[in-house]
Design a protein around this ligand. Sequence first.
Ligand SMILES: Nc1nc2c(ncn2[C@@H]2O[C@H](COP(=O)(O)OP(=O)(O)OP(=O)(O)O)[C@@H](O)[C@H]2O)c(=O)[nH]1
Ligand SMILES: [Mg+2]
Length: 254
Amino acid sequence: MDIGETTSGAATPGAPLAASVTTLTVLAPAYNEAEVIERFVRGVAARLGDGAELLVVDDGSVDETGAILDRLREHLPQLRVVTHPHNQGMGAALVTGFQAARGSVIVTVDADLSHPLDLVDELVRRTDEVDAVFASRFVPGGGMDGVPRLRAALSVVGNLVLRVLFRAPVRDLTTGMRAYRADAVRPLRLAGRGFETQLEISVRLLAAGKAIYEVPLVLRTRAGGRSKMRYIALVPPYARVIRVLLPLRWGRRS
Ligand SMILES: Nc1nc2c(ncn2[C@@H]2O[C@H](COP(=O)(O)OP(=O)(O)OP(=O)(O)O)[C@@H](O)[C@H]2O)c(=O)[nH]1
Ligand SMILES: [Mg+2]
């Protein structure tokens, strides 16, 4: 499998070879992922085709994540790292990544190996037809494997409520594994800084009339390290973002 292709200019005899164009950015937000980041980076790098890049946004990690990325960068030219001096949140890292990405397609994946890297190819391919492709736990064939019960239950119920609230024709509004056409996601003005940003992106894409397609995802539990998800701390930012987004309910034109 080969993720990403290099497109070059027309093969006009005698013409200089056009500089290769990056077509794909795999974008991973990472915060204190020292236990898994090397396995993750090597796993992605092994699958990247020419002209594709892996962009890790290290969001002020205070463990060895930054040092490991520095070392890996020396011999993995496809790896790019953007570092926030202080932790700003997963959504803030995505916003940084969307602006820094060089690919015309951007695939977001968690850095904890909970997302199947073999799915990246299919997500990218489907962006030929639609603006965004979500890897969804809640379409036939999708699910969660080994994810703690409370976490799984919250995801199921939360997504059900959000879907009804926003009248959204998308089943997994909060999934972290997605492919976007860069020109669809980059113009979004995102207020979220944390995990709630995934919901914000979903709703803003729909409100902008963008087409979203879902493919099944079996989410695994993280391969190592500690979860950054704090359930109680999620409530205020989710409440804030829901209040901001409600006027954008899908199908409502106001
Ligand atoms: N840049 C950035 N990334 C973060 C932050 N918090 C979490 N992440 C990353 O976002 C991804 C998802 O975070 P997780 O802690 O795995 O959250 P989760 O997937 O909901 O929960 P678990 O897999 O159960 O831990 C991982 O790649 C994290 O490293 C943050 O504050 N900043
Ligand atoms: Mg995770």
